[in-house]
Design a protein around this ligand. Structure first.
Ligand code: HEM
Ligand code: HEM
Length: 379
């Protein structure tokens, strides 16, 4: 009896392991409380592996078109052949429909979060706007479909496994063996297939490695470390995501400062940051920040602080009052600034909702108060 080739076998088992993991993780993560940071992290991994399944399924289908599957055993009746073919067709269909409904669900989500696969590759949103049905209702619809289809897939997989075991052990026709790389196969001539299958496995391992090591790109954190030695300009922020602090910084910033202790009315401070240069330890958040819900960087490329008064409190300490303009909204802020060894530093809190940063849907996940911090050299 014929066998599946190594590529078909490798793809079958990679996808099988990933799908079983996704079904288990999917059920588990959705049982956690919404505000649990673990649920958030698990969902990121779930999305990454889900899209990986989609990619592997595309390769698998293309491979299948180019290669004949081994013929079924002669003893199988017409209805059994039909049942097997229908089951496999349905499994193939679900291998596409689950990732697609998941992808559509996150594309339509009112949270508008960008997805960064394995913390490295940004996943574009499927365009879901402009239809008669609202985004919120679409998100709900795809969530229901994803949920329903995952239960259908689970049932199909159980049935599929039972059928494979029945063939192998009750009917004795070695159906399972032909989906496993065995002795007979290693002696066969298609070394090429073996090499490709090996490469696929190695690629999978490599991807896991990249995920573990490259997941987080830690940006420079302003307001950290020895302030006196930090001679360069740094503007940082600390937001809270699901109750956990998330550090970020603006990589492009400019400060104009003049301090005149003899005549405070001559003192001034003007700071500008490029909103699109904001980066955080979480690449998903970083790619989301310039979007319309957050900084709307295309429309508002800069955010600015301009002082109105700077008053000396004591030696090296100043009270700064001025106007902060973000996303076209201006509001008064006041903070203390320390100057030591020709380096100014300080930090203060702002309420992001005052400036229309983040939508109400996101308030559950992201704290309203954000700490801004700065250090810069003073002549
Ligand atoms: C073969 C691939 C996939 C399988 C088998 C799978 C399976 C599941 C399962 C079993 C759940 C729990 C459903 C429930 O009981 O409510 C779930 C939830 C979820 N899946 Fe997937 N999934 C897959 C791919 C994807 C992809 C590609 C994405 C997005 C890009 C995604 C996004 C989600 C999200 C966001 C949830 C959570 C929904 C919520 O919080 O209620 N899934 N998935
Ligand atoms: C999520 C899990 C799984 C999915 C989505 C899946 C899907 C599929 C599909 C679509 C095929 C048809 C291959 C083709 O002819 O193109 C297939 C074949 C096969 N699967 Fe799975 N499978 C899964 C898990 C398993 C498991 C756990 C077993 C082991 C018991 C298994 C055993 C087999 C066998 C033996 C065949 C070959 C059938 C034949 O020779 O015609 N599968 N699988």
């Amino acid at each position: 009896m014929g066998r599946y080739n190594s590529v078909a076998i490798a793809l079958h088992w990679l996808v099988a392991i990933a799908i079983i993991g996704l079904l288990a993780v999917g059920k588990w993560m959705t049982s956690l409380p919404e505000a649990d940071p673990l649920r958030f992290t698990a969902t990121q991994w779930h999305k990454s592996f889900g899209i990986l399944v989609l990619g592997l399924s595309v390769i698998r289908l293309l491979w299948k078109f180019g290669h004949r599957s081994p013929p079924l055993p002669d003893h199988m009746k017409a209805w059994e052949r039909f049942a097997a073919a229908s089951m496999h067709l349905l499994l193939y269909l679900l291998m596409f429909l689950l990732p697609l409904t998941g992808w559509l669900m996150v594309s339509a989500s009112p949270l508008n979060l960008n997805t960064v696969l394995f913390g490295v590759v940004p996943l574009p949103h499927i365009p879901v706007e402009g239809y008669a049905i609202s985004k919120e209702n679409l998100a709900e619809l795809f969530l229901d479909a994803h949920h329903l289809l995952s239960s259908v897939l689970l049932a199909m997989v159980i049935f599929h496994v039972l059928a494979a075991l029945r063939h192998q052990f009750m009917l004795g026709d070695n159906i399972l063996s032909r989906m496993v790389i065995g002795e007979q196969h290693r002696h066969s001539k298609d070394l090429n297939h073996g090499t490709i299958a090996g490469s696929l496995l190695a690629g999978f391992g490599l991807l896991a490695l990249v995920t573990l090591t490259g997941q987080r790109d830690i940006p420079a954190q302003a307001g950290e470390g020895d302030v006196a030695s930090a001679a360069s300009l740094q503007v940082g922020f600390i937001a809270t995501q699901l109750g956990e602090p998330l550090n970020g910084s603006f990589d492009q910033a400019q400060v104009d400062v003049k301090l005149d202790d003899a005549d405070p009315s001559q003192s001034s401070l003007r700071a500008t940051v490029e909103t699109a240069s904001a980066s955080t330890a979480d690449s998903q958040v970083t790619t989301t920040l310039p979007t319309a819900d957050w900084f709307a960087s295309e429309q508002f490329p800069t955010a600015e602080f301009v002082s109105r008064s700077i008053r000396a409190l004591s030696a090296g300490k100043y009270q700064v009052v001025g106007e902060m303009r973000i996303k076209g909204v201006a509001a008064e802020v006041a903070f203390e600034m320390a100057v030591e060894d020709k380096v100014a530093s300080g930090s203060f809190e702002i309420d992001r909702s005052v400036y229309g940063i983040g939508s109400a849907d996101q308030d559950e996940y992201v704290g309203k108060m954000v700490v801004l911090s700065f250090t810069f050299p003073v002549q």
